[in-house]
Design a protein around this ligand. Structure first.
Ligand SMILES: Cc1ncc(COP(=O)(O)O)c(C=O)c1O
Length: 369
C-alpha cells in the first residue's frame, strides 16, 4: 500500500532554485546545514514538515545506534515517564505511537466500529477517516464553519445513540484555524458517556498565546472521554523518525494498548524524542523561528492582497481565486511542491512554511502566476 504521502507526491525533478535570503541569518544558523530536500530536488512545501530538521541536540547525539541491537524497552519506558512528568499524569496514562498517525489508528480501532460512528470535520486531517472505515464504522463529515472552526453542535448531534468517536483537529489541518477552547469545553460537557473525543494537537506548539486556545494537556478537563494526541513530527522536526503519543485515562490507555503493535517505536526515535524534550531552549527557538516565518508569509500575502486564513500553525492556507490544480501544476513546473487539493475548498492552496530561501522561491513563482 502506498503511504499517504507517497500517494499524493507529485513526480518530476528540475533545477534547484537559487535564491538568497534577506532574513537575519544568525537566527536560522543552527539549522542552515540541514536541507529538507536534496540538492536539485524539489522544494517541499506540501506535507507540513519542519523544514529545519531535528533539534541541534538530536543531531549532536553521540552514537545513537549504540544499542540498536537491543529491543527498545528501557528507552521506551523512560520516554513514557518523561512525557508523564511533562503533562503531570501517571505513566499509565501515556501511549507511544509510531507517529501520532498510530494513535489515530488505535483510537479508530478502539472506539469506532459497526454501529459506532466516527465524526470528523471537512476538510480536516483525513487519516482517521480511513482507519475508521476499515473498522466498518460509518464516517460522518461535518463542514467547518465559515470561521473555519469545527461545528461542534452538529458534530455532537451526528454521533447518534450508539456513540463512537469525534475527531477534533485543533488547530485544524489544512485550514490552520482554531476552534475556541470555551466552545470545546461546553461541547465535551454535553456529550453522552458512550462518545469519545480525540483531540489532535499536532500543531499545538505553534499556537501563540491566545484566549481562544489552551491545550487539553496543559489544562485538562478531567473527563475520561478525552484522548489527546501529540506528535514529534512538527515542532521537533522528526517526521521521518515516526514518534507520537496519546494522553488519556488509564482505562482508555489499556483499551488502546489492546490494539497496539508491540514495539512500534524504534530506539532512535525514542532517544531523539527524549533529547528533544530535554532542550526547552531549542524548542523556544523553533517556535520563534516559525512565528517569524509565518509573519513573513502574512506580510508577503498582504502585500499581494491575498485572502490568507489566519494561521496558528507551521502552514498557511489562502484563496488563490483559481482552480487549485492549475496552481499546483504551476508550482510543480518551478520545482516546488505545495499542498494537494482539499475539497470543497477548490481554490485554496495549503503552503507549509519553508526556509527563507525556499519561501523566496515560492513568492517568485507565485508572482509568475
Ligand atoms: C493534524 C495531524 N495529525 C496527525 C498527523 C500525523 O503526524 P505523525 O504521524 O507524523 O505524527 C498530521 C500530519 O501531518 C497532522 O497534520
Amino acid at each position: 500500500m502506498l503511504s499517504r504521502r507517497s500517494f499524493f507526491k507529485t513526480a518530476g525533478l528540475g533545477a534547484a532554485v537559487a535564491a538568497t535570503a534577506s532574513f537575519p541569518t544568525e537566527f536560522f544558523s543552527w539549522a542552515e546545514p540541514q536541507r529538507a530536500t536534496q540538492p536539485g530536488g524539489p522544494i517541499l512545501l506540501n506535507s507540513n514538515e519542519n523544514a529545519y530538521g531535528p533539534f541541534p541536540s538530536v543531531l549532536a547525539l553521540k552514537n545513537p545506534f549504540q544499542d540498536a541491537n537491543r529491543y527498545p524497552d528501557r528507552v521506551y519506558d523512560a520516554l513514557i515517564e518523561r512525557i508523564a512528568d511533562l503533562h503531570k499524569v501517571k505513566a499509565d496514562h501515556v501511549t507511544l505511537g509510531c507517529g501520532s498517525t498510530e494513535i489515530l489508528k488505535l483510537a479508530a480501532s478502539a472506539f469506532t466500529g459497526p454501529g459506532r460512528k466516527l465524526v470528523m470535520a471537512s476538510p480536516t486531517f483525513e487519516a482517521i477517516g480511513f482507519y475508521a472505515q476499515a473498522t466498518k464504522a460509518e464516517v460522518v463529515k461535518i463542514p467547518l464553519a465559515s470561521s473555519y472552526a469545527h461545528q461542534l453542535t452538529q458534530m455532537a448531534q451526528a454521533v447518534g445513540k450508539d456513540g463512537g468517536l469525534i475527531y477534533i483537529c485543533n488547530p485544524n489541518n489544512p485550514t490552520a484555524s482554531l476552534t475556541p477552547r470555551r466552545s470545546l469545553e461546553n461541547f465535551i460537557r454535553e456529550l453522552p458517556s458512550n462518545t469519545y473525543v480525540l483531540m489532535d494537537e499536532a500543531y499545538h506548539d505553534f499556537v501563540p498565546v491566545s484566549a481562544d486556545y489552551i491545550s487539553f494537556l496543559q489544562t485538562p478537563v478531567n473527563d475520561d472521554r478525552v484522548i489527546v494526541a501529540r506528535t514529534f513530527s512538527k515542532i521537533y522536526g522528526m517526521a521521518g523518525l515516526r514518534l507520537g503519543y496519546a494522553v488519556t485515562s488509564a482505562q482508555n490507555t489499556k483499551t488502546l494498548a489492546a490494539h497496539k503493535l508491540e514495539d512500534s517505536t524504534n530506539i532512535l526515535a525514542l532517544r531523539a524524542g527524549m533529547t528533544s524534550l530535554d532542550h526547552d531552549d531549542e524548542h523556544k527557538a523553533a517556535v520563534q523561528r516559525n512565528g517569524f516565518d509565518r509573519d513573513e508569509f502574512m506580510h508577503q500575502g498582504a502585500s499581494r492582497k491575498l485572502q490568507v486564513i489566519p494561521s496558528w500553525t507551521n502552514f498557511v492556507m489562502f484563496n488563490t481565486q483559481r482552480p487549485i490544480r492549475t496552481v499546483i501544476d504551476h508550482f510543480k513546473k518551478s520545482n516546488i511542491r505545495i499542498g494537494r487539493p482539499f475539497p470543497p475548498m477548490d481554490t485554496f492552496a495549503r503552503i507549509s512554511l519553508g526556509k527563507p530561501d525556499e519561501m523566496k522561491a515560492f513568492w517568485q513563482a507565485w508572482d509568475r502566476l
